[in-house]
Design a protein around this ligand. Structure first.
Ligand SMILES: *Cc1c(COP(=O)(O)O)cnc(C)c1O
Length: 436
């Protein structure tokens, strides 16, 4: 495999090519195929951008029809048919059934564009500069979002002071016995704590880049209470774990919390096309016309595929049910790995179809990821020390492919540990899991 042009010409900043060093030529569903025709199962899905798989045929048909008909590709934020139909569908299929009333902003196309807009709006609404963010949070790498991102790998590259954000411990950060919301409450209530009154708190319900850390429902509810008590907005960054990843369209569904602002990106276009959204409670929409603009707001191709995905996957509960079922399969297999190999070497955490195999030492996860790639599986590490193997298969993955991927993962764990695979009864395993 010749990757010399990338070494010679592409900046040193390149990242994933280093973990998965091959030349990918094609992709379909949960498969990536390289130039030599070698096939890999994708447990990465563009970091949660390809929830409906690569080149999903249902979405591809709509996209090709739209391009063929000379539908607008670019239109700044002018009214287009594709945008109108997306808005109508999003309102009817997602907002109304969930009783959500909000205004929708189309910022630039990437996740960090949505976060920048959300933070800017929160600061305008409250007339305060400080924002509460959480340890291990990841919100993007442009100035405002980067200031709210914990990992020093990203922060060290900023080149200027990252300010106006105060970090607080996420759920479980100080050990399972410590109530980190009580700490936050104390810091905010005490006007001598040194923490400036914040405009908002921004949080992920499951930290994707931060190592698959899961906030409990009780923690999220308590956070919302703190926000209400201290007149702060609650921003849920659902960029990675929204759009069905945890088993519901929004990751916070079922917690009873009512975020003031929600950011969506990654899988909202459903096809890997850049698109992001900021949803805000109507009364917060104090933007002046064009006060926050951008050339690439409103990717019409993305509107077409986004609408098609909402119509196809989200009009009934069937798809969500399948996500939960497959999430249980993943969880069960990971628990088998935790229990079947070196005691204490692994742990598991996650929700729905984002699951993390947590290792007790960083090299272990990286070695397993590298070995998995050799064995035909693309799986990323996450967390501050890259100590977590993050499983993020397409939500549409077939059971058989999902099981093959899990088998490769387990084989790679066994290879790295230099032991034989622990016995597992695959057939009994699926029946047991799907019966729950
Ligand atoms: C990926 C991600 C972002 C940033 O999105 P980009 O498109 O990479 O700018 C922000 N927040 C969360 C939770 C993410 O996972």
């Amino acid at each position: 495999m010749n990757l010399k042009i990338f070494d010679r010409l592409e900046s040193e900043v390149r990242g994933y090519i280093r973990s998965f060093p091959t030349l990918f030529a094609k992709a379909r569903g949960a498969s990536l195929i390289d130039e030599d025709g070698r096939s890999y199962i994708d447990f990465f899905s563009g970091a949660g951008t390809l929830n409906y798989g690569h080149n999903n045929p249902i979405l591809k048909r709509r996209l090709l029809d739209y391009v063929e008909s000379d539908g607008l590709v670019h239109g700044l934020d002018m009214a287009t048919l594709a945008k109108k139909e997306f808005l109508e569908t999003f309102e009817r299929v997602i907002l109304q059934p969930r009783g959500l009333s909000c205004k929708i902003q189309f910022p630039g196309p990437t996740g960090t564009n949505a976060v920048e807009a959300a933070l800017k709006l929160a600061r305008q609404v409250k007339g305060r500069t400080n924002i509460i963010s959480f340890t291990n949070g990841f919100h993007g790498v442009t100035g405002g979002s980067l200031a709210a991102t914990g990992n020093s790998k990203f922060r060290d590259a900023a080149g200027f002071p990252l300010e106006n954000v105060t970090f607080m411990p996420y759920d479980g950060y100080l050990g399972s016995g410590v109530d980190t919301i009580a700490y936050l409450e104390r810091m905010l209530a005490d006007r001598s704590s040194g923490v400036d009154a914040p405009a908002a708190a921004i949080v992920e319900t499951v930290q994707g880049e931060g190592g698959v850390n899961v906030a409990s429902t009780a923690w999220l509810q308590a956070l919302e209470q703190v926000c209400r008590r201290h007149d702060m907005l609650l921003i849920i960054d659902d960029i990675q774990v929204g759009c069905g990843r945890t088993g519901s369209f929004f990751s916070f569904e079922g917690t009873g919390i009512s975020p003031d602002i929600i950011t969506l990106s990654k899988s909202i276009s459903a096809y890997g096309l850049p698109m992001s959204l900021v949803l805000m409670k109507p009364e917060l929409d104090i933007w002046k016309p064009s006060a926050h603009n951008g050339t690439f707001r409103g990717n019409n191709l993305a509107f077409v595929t986004a609408k098609a995905a909402l119509l196809h996957y989200w009009q009934s509960g069937e798809f969500q049910e399948a996500v939960r079922r497959k999430g249980n399969i993943m969880r069960g297999w990971l628990e088998h790995i935790v229990n079947g190999y070196q005691k204490g070497a692994f742990n598991v955490r996650g929700r729905g179809m984002i699951q993390g195999l947590v290792t007790d030492r960083p090299e272990l996860a990286s070695h397993v990821s590298a070995r998995a790639f050799e064995n035909g599986l693309v799986i990323e590490t996450s967390g501050a020390r890259d100590q977590v193997l993050k499983l993020l298969p397409p939500l549409t993955i077939d059971d058989a492919v999902l099981l093959s991927g899990l088998e490769i993962l387990e084989q790679s764990v066994a290879d790295v540990l230099g032991v034989a695979r622990a016995p597992i009864n695959k057939i009994k395993f699926i029946n047991f899991r799907s019966g729950r």
